[in-house]
Write a protein of this length. Structure first.
Length: 236
């Protein structure tokens, strides 16, 4: 029965496509049409890009901070990566949160001077019982204050969604103007055939107003998002 239903779905889909082709008076095999599709897939043209996130890096960082905070995140700036553990310890202490964090094996995190703090560090994906997680961002989007996080053993996706408090480390030089720039950087870094399984885009902490129009934080993920922006804004 399931196989027959699947066959019916394919037949219905094929019939819809055939109807569209007939209305356009094409077969789908025309070389100019195939060339146009092939060219678009190879060249990755961008659509209209808003001006809000554009400008020099310092301007983009200012816009990123404003948009991230407008979305409910908090942002702290440190001059160098060596200051990241101290900032994370401060953040947890001021919120009276346990001095425990879980993170992946990203070298941008594991090489930091955690021993200079009293933080208890563990590594790996979250099983849903962790309160505080630390991730390293692939990029930050100035236009919307969004963080882009590439999945993998270095930054398990579970850390983005299961803990109550998500702390994301973002290098200043990784702030870009728009989403299109994130995809361009991903293609340049990973290549078309080696992209990460998931590229998560996160804007602010989790929230929902589905129940009686009351805004509730932590409905589908972390109730807090803290961004530690590290480095010289003029370094790119």
């Amino acid at each position: 029965m399931a196989r027959q239903e699947r066959g019916d779905e394919v037949s219905a889909r094929d019939e819809i496509f055939a109807t569209i082709r007939r209305s356009l008076h094409v077969t789908g095999a025309e070389e100019p049409r195939r060339l146009a599709v092939r060219s678009r897939l190879e060249q990755h043209p961008s659509g209209v890009i808003p001006a809000r996130g554009q400008g020099e890096l310092p301007e983009q960082i200012t816009t990123f901070r404003a948009e991230a905070e407008r979305a409910g995140a908090t942002v702290a700036v440190v001059a160098s990566p060596s200051e990241i553990p101290g900032e994370i310890a401060r953040y947890l202490r001021e919120l009276n949160l346990p001095a425990t964090v879980i993170m992946g094996a990203d070298a941008r995190l594991t090489g930091l001077p955690w021993a200079e703090t009293a933080l208890d560090i563990s590594f790996g994906p979250s099983d849903g019982h962790d309160l505080n997680a630390v991730s390293a961002a692939f990029a930050g989007v100035a236009e919307t204050g969004t963080l882009a996080l590439a999945s993998g053993p270095d930054n398990p996706t579970t850390l983005n969604f299961l803990p109550d408090n998500h702390i994301v480390v973002l290098a200043a030089e990784d702030v870009v103007g728009d989403l299109e720039s994130v995809f361009a950087r991903a293609r340049a870094r990973y290549g078309a055939n080696a992209m990460p399984r998931t590229l998560n885009f996160i804007t602010g902490p989790s929230r929902s107003a589905d129940i009686e129009q009351t805004l509730l934080f932590g409905a589908h993920g972390p109730r807090r998002l803290h961004v530690v922006l590290s480095g010289d804004p003029g370094s790119r």
